[in-house]
Design a protein around this ligand. Structure first.
Ligand SMILES: [Zn+2]
Length: 212
């Protein structure tokens, strides 16, 4: 039998061990006070092996916001937007960041995503829209990503806006096939063929088709 180690008074992550908890069957439990204020009984081995480092408050908070699966599509749009503008290693940077296109202060920093999300929902973003159906569009293509220069477009609306050009959205950006052909340096005929075959936007715009 393992030697009993008294953990009272010790600290594990955000948990301060207050006292030995009343019997919980065959395991030893401690009542711990989390820095968030919660009291919780936690098994001694979970404290010792590092599995328990808070009362559960951290995990809960995380699932409330950007890591929520409901938001993952929108978060991807958000991250892609920032990559294009700020990450010089991003493929599309030359058409955005390098040309002076930026993201407004409100949408970057600590609450950047939350602010962007709030704007998105208030301006017609739909969580149930199919992938690629809804896209973040800049009204003035030379302008920045900021509330007054952005809007959500559906593929339908974009096709109505243009007569002959086929529009394609990828990672929150929309261009017609001719523009994409220049941006990605892929022959227009190749893009058109892939488009007609019903490939996913990312596949259409990859120079070589990803192996599956
Ligand atoms: Zn807590």
């Amino acid at each position: 039998m393992a030697q009993f180690v008294n953990l009272v008074g010790r600290r594990f992550g955000k948990l301060n061990v207050v006292e030995r908890a009343p019997n919980h069957g065959k395991h030893i439990y401690y009542t711990c006070k989390c820095t968030c204020g919660n009291l919780k009984d936690i098994r001694n081995d979970k404290l010792l092996n590092g599995q328990a480092v808070n009362c559960g408050c951290e995990r809960k908070r995380r699932s409330d916001n950007k890591y929520d699966s409901r938001n993952s599509k929108l978060y991807h749009v958000y991250i892609s937007m920032k990559q294009r503008c700020f990450n010089s290693k991003c493929k599309s940077y030359k058409n955005y960041g390098a040309r002076g296109v930026s993201v407004c202060n409100e949408w970057v920093g600590n609450n950047g995503f939350e602010n962007f999300q709030k704007w998105a929902v208030e301006n017609g973003y739909r969580y149930d829209a199919a992938r690629g159906e809804q896209t973040l569009d800049r009204i003035n293509v030379a302008g920045n990503y900021e509330p007054r220069n952005c809007r959500w477009l559906t593929i339908q609306a974009q096709q109505n806006n243009t007569t002959r050009n086929k529009m394609l959205s990828c990672n929150g950006e929309t261009h017609n096939l001719k523009e994409w052909s220049i941006i990605r340096n892929i022959k227009y005929s190749r893009i058109l063929k892939r488009y007609k075959l019903g490939w996913e936007p990312e596949e259409i715009l990859e120079f070589k088709r990803r192996k599956k």
